[in-house]
Design a binder for this molecule. Structure first.
Ligand code: BYC
Length: 356
């Protein structure tokens, strides 16, 4: 129970999503302890076949291992996009730090936004193991050549939006990320374990904000409902285009980077949210949402994928503002990077002096 008064959003039977993260963590440890079934390939080995065997045996690819160039590029694209999302994702909530309704709410929100920065750092570090530097990755974001999640191009208009970001956006993020804990690339899978555990706390804090608002005054409840109405479809769109239009899914699933398709995860998210919305006493804005006995899942209205494509292309409500803010923060932070580099050079010189 969360707060001893209502069930936690991820407290489903069978251990819920956090249970799955723990199982993935145990599997990672077990794989690390197990001797590698395939030693290093011999000089005349067929490297593609060797790689396929490692993937087939569900063993992890590590930075030292040979990997196809396309696998490496796909991972850089996805991990970098994920890292950028965490960093840009600090902005919509950061917008409310100075206006949080109490000191306690402010402290919690500060901690959450700092966690997002931490997630960005784990992910940039994971991407760097693939032979690209953090400077290059930041440059790719700032020049618009790499993307970040569509969801962070929507504005946070009221305090209830902070609750909804926790409940729906972090909720969607967890549903997407729990399977990534079993991704074939070791550093990404390991980063995901920690990220998912922290996201679970994020989701709970959002859920609790909404629970308080939904059980408060009529105005507070209306504010919570309005936020849910605005964020529901953009949250569904976070999972990406429908399977038929997903360019990367088939290959990423064959490589065991992705374990489920975009539509499978979207469905899982919808099924999870229906019961949670009932506990909150809020309505999901979809008149066609109903249980389908035959499918054993809820039927629901798809998000507007044309809108998703527009937002991805840079034409969402806040794209320009988010990028301007990030570029300014990067420029303003130049002196920190310079100071860190100067300090590192000085330490290096001192070490050389001692060694001489
Ligand atoms: N937004 O072939 P597809 C967080 C692009 S942070 C933007 O299905 P894929 C949080 C896609 O890149 C959560 N672009 O692609 C942080 C591709 O474009 P290109 C972020 C999208 O990679 C702070 C094209 O559309 N989570 O939770 O197989 C505060 C075709 O798509 C989006 C991650 O990054 C989108 N929504 O599947 C609070 C998770 N969707 O490169 C919370 C890791 C698709 O061909 N990423 N595109 O031009 C993934 O799991 C996968 O990359 C995706 C997309 C499911 C997102």
């Amino acid at each position: 129970m969360y707060g001893n008064d209502f069930p936690a959003p991820d407290d489903a039977s069978g251990g819920g999503l956090l249970g799955e993260v723990e199982a993935a963590e145990a599997a990672l440890r077990e794989a690390a302890a197990r001797a590698r079934r395939f030693g290093a390939p011999t000089p005349d080995a067929d490297l593609d076949a060797y790689f396929a065997d490692v993937i087939e045996a569900d063993q992890k690819i590590e930075p030292r291992d040979w990997m196809p160039e396309a696998y490496r590029r796909t991972l850089i694209r996805q991990i970098a996009q994920h890292a950028h999302s965490e960093i840009i994702g600090m902005q919509p909530e950061g917008n409310w730090i100075s206006r949080a309704p109490s000191l306690k709410r402010k402290a919690i929100l500060l901690a959450k936004v700092q966690d997002e920065a931490g997630h960005g750092l784990y992910l940039y570090a994971a991407a760097e193991t693939l032979g690209i530097s953090r400077d290059e990755l930041v440059d790719l974001l700032l020049s618009g050549r790499q993307k970040y999640s569509s969801i962070f191009n929507y504005p946070t208009l009221t305090w209830a939006d902070v609750g909804v970001i926790g409940w729906l956006v972090d909720g969607a993020a967890i549903v997407n990320q729990v399977p990534l804990c079993r991704c074939s690339y070791g550093p990404y899978a390991r980063a995901m374990i920690r990220v998912c555990k922290e996201e679970s706390f994020h989701q709970r804090q959002g859920y609790e904000i909404l629970h308080v608002l939904a059980h408060g005054t009529a105005e507070q409840k209306a504010m919570a409902q309005d936020a849910v109405d605005r964020w529901w479809y953009p949250s569904l769109a976070m999972f990406g285009p429908p399977d038929g239009d997903s360019t990367h899914s088939a290959q990423s699933m064959a490589w065991k980077i992705k374990r489920f398709s975009n539509d499978e995860l979207r469905q899982r998210f919808v099924d999870m949210c229906v019961q949670q919305a009932e506990v909150l006493g809020l309505t999901l804005p979809d008149e066609d949402l109903r249980w389908n006995d035959e499918r054993g899942a809820y039927d629901y209205t798809q998000p507007d994928y044309d809108e998703l494509m527009q937002v991805i292309k840079g034409n969402g409500p806040c794209n320009r503002q988010r990028m301007e803010h990030r570029r300014r923060a990067h420029t303003d932070g130049a002196w920190v990077r310079e100071a860190a580099a100067a300090y590192a050079a000085k330490r290096e010189q001192q070490k050389e002096k001692v060694a001489a």
